[in-house]
Design a protein around this ligand. Structure first.
Ligand code: ATP
Length: 307
């Protein structure tokens, strides 16, 4: 695998208040991967991506994009990067077409109307190409921000909180777009508060808290490793309490008296499910229905942050 982004021993201390926003960050992001950076408010997500994109100066450490050092070879490094910032900054009186074409020009690229057309079409903005930005909805403005970030054909796209303030439908269509972009070879790094978004999209997840990366893991492995499963057992007859003989199991009787919840570790070879059923039978507890639920990345995330 080729590394697209290489970060070594990165530290950021904001001079103004001597606040240490990033502490000894070491991270490699592979070409063509979707990487989600998760963390609570103020964890350092925006600082990290702004530093990679050259908007914030690192205090120490090195960052390379496509093997170009962001300080010594900043021109080449910046050419590779597209950033969709958290805040919508659009030129209200400009048309969609002009603003996107202009941004391409800023990067020193030759005009390429076919490419801009392709970008606008893939973002469902084609019908709006001659509309002034101020006439667009918030969701459409956000798409324009993405179009601007893509205007110079970047190899890495940073999306800072792409779903903030966006409705469910647009969020889903943005997820589709991100997958499409990845297919075309673009590396994507997104920051998010929406765990569902990371779970849905990312190949790998990095958890950042108080300026430190506390975990980097393949999303699926993370879910498996830390995930617990909940077995929900509907009972035929009401139960007043969990019998003493079943105390060894992590069981919870819901207030309706007819539902038992059993929490078990998916990684253990002996997860206790079969023993539990033997015991239920022995105690004359008859079951009616069963279902399971995998614990979400959200539960895992909260657990990690608290640790
Ligand atoms: P959010 O999810 O709320 O956007 P974040 O993880 O992106 O948060 P950052 O915006 O990177 O967090 O901020 C990290 C910390 O650095 C915060 O405590 C913030 O107050 C501080 N910080 C950010 N920018 C500056 C600055 N220019 N000067 C001083 N401190 C700053």
């Amino acid at each position: 695998m080729t590394a697209m982004i290489q970060i070594q021993n990165l530290n950021k201390i904001y001079k103004r208040n001597q606040f240490k926003a990033l502490e000894n960050i070491n991270l490699e992001i592979n070409q063509g991967e979707i990487f989600a950076l998760l963390g609570p408010n103020g964890a350092g997500k925006t600082t990290l991506i702004s530093t990679i994109c050259g908007l914030v100066n690192p205090s120490s450490g090195t960052i390379k994009i496509g093997n170009f050092d962001i300080i010594h070879e900043y021109r080449q490094a910046r050419q590779l990067v597209g950033l969709v910032p958290q805040e919508l900054t659009t030129d209200a009186f400009e048309t969609v077409w002009n603003t996107v074409s202009f941004t391409r020009g800023l990067f020193g690229h030759r005009k390429n109307p076919e490419y801009i057309e392709h970008v606008l079409k893939s973002l469902s903005l084609w019908e709006k190409k001659d509309s002034k930005l101020m006439t667009l909805s918030g969701g459409m403005k956000r798409r324009v921000m993405i179009a601007k970030a893509l205007s110079h054909e970047p190899k890495v796209l940073f999306l800072d909180e792409p779903s903030a303030g966006v409705d469910v439908e647009l969020r889903k269509s943005m997820w589709q777009l991100v997958h499409q972009l990845r297919k075309s070879g673009v590396t994507i790094i997104l920051t998010t508060h929406y765990i569902e978004e990371a779970e849905e999209m990312a190949d790998r997840v990095g958890v950042i808290n108080k300026g430190k990366i506390i975990l980097i893991e393949d999303t699926k492995i993370l879910m498996k490793k830390l995930g617990k499963k909940e077995l929900i057992i509907e009972l035929q007859d009401e139960l007043k309490f969990v019998p003493q003989g079943l105390a060894i199991f992590d069981l919870q009787l819901l207030s309706n008296g007819k539902t038992l919840k059993y929490l078990y570790d998916t990684q253990k070879t002996n997860n206790g499910v079969s023993d539990l059923f033997d015991q239920l039978k022995e105690h004359g507890i008859r079951t009616k229905d069963l279902s399971t639920k995998q614990s979400s990345l959200e539960e895992i995330f909260v657990k990690l942050i608290h640790q």
